[in-house]
Design a protein around this ligand. Structure first.
Ligand code: GLC
Length: 527
C-alpha cells in the first residue's frame, strides 16, 4: 500500500468540493470467493489501484441484504451486508483500508423504496390496521380492476400492485418488489435517518441517495399528464414535497459531518440546482452532459445552462458521464478511444465534484450480453460487465465464469495491459486526476465558457492568478485555436504522458482531441 495517500481525514468538512469520486459496482469489481460475483474482499484487494489513480473517495452501489430483484436497490435489511458481498467484518476491513490510504467512502442509501421482503413491508401488508401500514402507500383505487391513478413504473407497467390479502393497491415507482416508502410519515423518516447514523458511526463518510427526488409525493397522488402516461415518471418527478424531507436528511448528516450526493434524474438544470444548498443536498448529479450527443454545440449549450443555473443557486454541479445504469463512455461514443479521452478531459476539468465509473479508466466497453445471459429487468447488463484485471484466464477473478460476460476483448483490454502502456487512456485519466489535485484553479476555480468556435469548445478555470484553458475539438479535422493569452500546454488527450511541449497563444488542436493549457502570467517572460 502506498504511503502517499495519507491525508488528514478529520477537520476537512469540505473535502468533497472539487473531489474525484470513483463509483464501484461491487458485483462486478473483483470476486475473491469464486461465486462469480464481486465482493468486499475483492474491493479491499484492489485499493492500490484506487491509490494509483488518485481518487479522493469511493461510492459503492448497494451492498446491503437484498433479494436482488434490482441487484441491491431492493434492500431487505439496511444495517447488514448481503452474504454475496461478505460480512460486516469485511466491511470494517474495507473502511479501514480505504481510510489508511486517504480515501473516503460513500454508501448507496435507497430511501424511496425497500424490498417487498423487508420486515417493514411484510408487517405493513399483514392488515390495514398494522402499525406499519402507513409506512407504505396503500390506496383503494376503484377496487381490484381500477388503479388509484395512471402512474407507470420506471421499468414498465403500472406503478401499482393489488394486494389480495388486504384488498388495496400499493405504490411502487420501480418493480412490484420495490414498494415505495411513505416519507410523509415521520416514523419512516426517523427510521431511515437512523440508518444514516448507523453507517456513519461505522466510519462511513457519506452517501449517494438513490432517486432521492422521488421521496416527495403530491399528497393527492393526482394523475400525471397524458403525455407521461405509459412512460417512466421519474425523469419528470419534480415534486417540491421532497424538500423538507431532504432538509431533514441533511440535518442528520450534519450531526456527524457526513455528505450526500443525490441522484435526481431531472432534465432541467434550474430544477436540479434547487436540490443543492447548505440546507439541502451537498451535491446533486448533473447527467445532462451524459445525455448529450457527441456534438460541440450540444455540450456547449448544456454547459452554459448548467453553469448559469448552478451559479444562480450559489452551488456547483456534480458530474458523471456514466454509471451502472447507462452505456459506458466508450460504447456511447462508438467505441472511439479518442472521443472517450476528450470526454475524460472535459469531465475532469469541470467545476464541481466529478464521479468516475469503475472501468472507464481502462476504456472498457459494454459487454455483448446474449439473451440467455440477460439478468437485469431494464437492459443494463452491458455496462455492469465484470472488470478484467489481467491477462490470465480468470482475469484476476477467482473464477473464469463471472455473473455476466466479460467486456469485449478482455485479453487486450484489461487493467494490466492498459495501465502498462504510458500513452493509454488509463494514463489520460491518471494524469487528469493528478492535474486536478495539483491545481487550485481546476479544483476550485470559477469557469468562463468561451463562445463556441465551430467544433471547438473552450472554457477557462480561474482562481487568483492561476488560469487554465481547456480546449476540446469534437470535429473530424484539426482546428486552429487562438488562446486568450500566452500559455503552456500541460495535457494532450492523445499523449497523456508527454510529447506535447508547446507554448504560445495560437495552437492547433487535432481532430477529436482535447488539450489543457496553463496561462503564463504576464511579466513571467523569457527575457
Ligand atoms: C436508481 C439506481 C438504479 C435502480 C433505481 C431503483 O436509478 O441507479 O440502478 O434500479 O434507482 O432503485
Amino acid at each position: 500500500m502506498s504511503e502517499g495517500g495519507q491525508v488528514d481525514m478529520k477537520n476537512d468538512r469540505d473535502w468533497w468540493k472539487g473531489a474525484v469520486v470513483y463509483q464501484i459496482y461491487p458485483r462486478s469489481f473483483c470476486d475473491t470467493d469464486g461465486d462469480g460475483v464481486g465482493d468486499l474482499a475483492g474491493i479491499t484487494s484492489r485499493v492500490d489501484h484506487l491509490v494509483d489513480l488518485g481518487v479522493d473517495a469511493v461510492w459503492l452501489s448497494p451492498v446491503f441484504v437484498s433479494p436482488m430483484a434490482d441487484f441491491g436497490y431492493d434492500v431487505s435489511d439496511y444495517r447488514n451486508i448481503d452474504p454475496t458481498f461478505g460480512t460486516l467484518d469485511d466491511f470494517d476491513t474495507l473502511v479501514a483500508t480505504l481510510h489508511a490510504a486517504g480515501i473516503r467512502l460513500l454508501l448507496d442509501w435507497v430511501p424511496n423504496h425497500t424490498s417487498a421482503q423487508h420486515p417493514w413491508f411484510q408487517q405493513s401488508r399483514t392488515s390495514r390496521s398494522n402499525d406499519r401500514r402507513d409506512w407504505y402507500i396503500w390506496r383503494d383505487g376503484g377496487g381490484p380492476d381500477v388503479r388509484p391513478n395512471n402512474w407507470s413504473s420506471a421499468f414498465g407497467g403500472p406503478a401499482w400492485s393489488w394486494d389480495d390479502a388486504t384488498e388495496q393497491w400499493y405504490l411502487h415507482l420501480f418493480l412490484a418488489e420495490q414498494p415505495d416508502l411513505n416519507w410523509a410519515n415521520p416514523d419512516v423518516r426517523h427510521a431511515m435517518c437512523d440508518v444514516l447514523r448507523f453507517w456513519m458511526d461505522r466510519g462511513v463518510d457519506g452517501f449517494r441517495a438513490d432517486v432521492v427526488h422521488c421521496i416527495g409525493k403530491d399528497p393527492g397522488l393526482s394523475n400525471c399528464s397524458r403525455i407521461y402516461e405509459g412512460k417512466s415518471l421519474i425523469d419528470h418527478w419534480y415534486q417540491p414535497e421532497a424538500f423538507p424531507y431532504i432538509e431533514e436528511i441533511r440535518a442528520t448528516l450534519d450531526e456527524r459531518d457526513g455528505v450526500v450526493v443525490g441522484e435526481v434524474i431531472l432534465h432541467s438544470a434550474e430544477q436540479l440546482a434547487e436540490y443543492t444548498s447548505t440546507r439541502r443536498l451537498h451535491m446533486v448529479f448533473n447527467f445532462l452532459l451524459l445525455f448529450a450527443p457527441w456534438d460541440a454545440k450540444a455540450w456547449h449549450r448544456v454547459l452554459a445552462a448548467s453553469l448559469h443555473a448552478f451559479a444562480r443557486a450559489d452551488a456547483c454541479s456534480t458530474w458523471a458521464f456514466s454509471n451502472h445504469d447507462q452505456e459506458r463512455i466508450m460504447s456511447r461514443y462508438g467505441a472511439s478511444d479518442a472521443r472517450a479521452r476528450v470526454a475524460a478531459t472535459v469531465l475532469l476539468m469541470l467545476e464541481g465534484t466529478v464521479f468516475l465509473y469503475a472501468g472507464d479508466e481502462f476504456g472498457l466497453q459494454d459487454a455483448d450480453v446474449p439473451d440467455e445471459r440477460i439478468v437485469d429487468v431494464d437492459g443494463r447488463d452491458g455496462c455492469r460487465a465484470p472488470i478484467p484485471w489481467d491477462t490470465t484466464p480468470t482475469h484476476g477473478w477467482a473464477t473464469s465464469d463471472p455473473w455476466l460476460p466479460w467486456p469485449p476483448n478482455p485479453d487486450e483490454i484489461n487493467a494490466e495491459v492498459v495501465s502498462g502502456d504510458a500513452q493509454s487512456i488509463y494514463w489520460a485519466y491518471r494524469s487528469l486526476v493528478a492535474l486536478r489535485k495539483e491545481s487550485t484553479a481546476i479544483k476550485h476555480g470559477v469557469t468562463r465558457l468561451h463562445p463556441l468556435n465551430g467544433d471547438v469548445m473552450m472554457f477557462e478555470r480561474e482562481v487568483d492568478d492561476e488560469r487554465i484553458y481547456v480546449v476540446a475539438n469534437f470535429g473530424k479535422a484539426a482546428a486552429d485555436v487562438a488562446l486568450p493569452g500566452e500559455a503552456e500546454c500541460i495535457f494532450d488527450s492523445a499523449f497523456p504522458t508527454g510529447g506535447f511541449d508547446e507554448s504560445g497563444s495560437d495552437t492547433v488542436v487535432e481532430a477529436e482531441t482535447a488539450r489543457v493549457y496553463q496561462a503564463i502570467p504576464l511579466g513571467d517572460g523569457t527575457g
